[in-house]
Design a protein around this ligand. Structure first.
Ligand SMILES: NC(=O)c1ccc[n+]([C@@H]2O[C@H](COP(=O)([O-])OP(=O)(O)OC[C@H]3O[C@@H](n4cnc5c(N)ncnc54)[C@H](OP(=O)(O)O)[C@@H]3O)[C@@H](O)[C@H]2O)c1
Length: 184
């Protein structure tokens, strides 16, 4: 994906845009999820313009501690966020999305329910070739409207019995993301 930036790099948007913005996940939204006095702040170019289709961001790990918050913030900034979620069907992906999205109501003051319309849940698994995304959709995601990737899917359970899952998810999964970018 030529238009995509390094997924592990916070500077995720192509450099031909209209100015700078900022994503800040305030400490209150990260309560109990980050060490004391931590915050996640990243520079973000303002890519939203009234007369253009919404820029699209691919975000993995939506159901996780960080993923849902980043997806919400990106949606609030005007992006369309596409989230591959482990699920056996579109309906299950949507159902998992809705549970997690609505769960944020308790976490985020001023929670805006309407932002769910900007987040699209699709079945996907980073361990699989093409992230397990349907080929036609994958092709579309590789198009120029996709402006960045947030790769937050990970297996954080480092117990011995999970070592294969850690390898498949954290190593192969990240490789699959990279391969997806390179082929565009
Ligand atoms: N939380 C923090 O304080 C923190 C701080 C710094 C860095 N990080 C890093 O940020 C990343 C996300 O952390 P987190 O705390 O949000 O993790 P998390 O809460 O454990 O969430 C992990 C996410 O990855 C998804 N996932 C796991 N395997 C997958 C697969 N095969 N395909 C697709 N999705 C998969 C999970 O989906 P399921 O619901 O299907 O399991 C879940 O959405 C990690 O790399 C972590 O090291 C986290």
């Amino acid at each position: 994906m030529n238009s995509l930036q390094n997924p592990s790099c916070p500077e995720l948007i192509a450099p031909n845009d209209h100015g700078d913005g900022e994503i800040t996940l305030e400490d209150s939204t990260l309560e109990n999820t980050l060490p004391d006095n931590s915050s996640v702040t990243t520079r973000f170019r303002n890519i939203v313009s009234d007369d253009q289709p919404r820029p699209r961001i691919l975000l993995t790990g939506f159901t996780g501690v960080l993923g849902k918050r980043f997806a919400y913030r990106l949606a609030a900034l005007g992006c369309e966020v596409v989230c591959p979620i482990r699920a056996g069907s579109e309906a299950e992906a949507k159902s998992r999305f809705e549970t997690v999205f609505h769960g944020m109501q308790k976490l985020l003051p001023g929670f805006d329910e309407s932002l769910s319309a900007r987040i699209r849940a699709i079945p996907g698994d980073v361990r699989k070739k093409g992230l397990g995304i349907a080929p036609s959709l994958l092709e579309d995601l590789r198009g120029p409207r996709t402006r960045g990737i947030w790769h937050l899917a990970a297996c954080l359970d480092l117990t011995e019995t999970k070592s294969q899952d850690v390898y498949d998810t954290n190593f192969l999964g990240t490789l699959n993301i990279q391969i997806g970018r390179a082929h565009v």
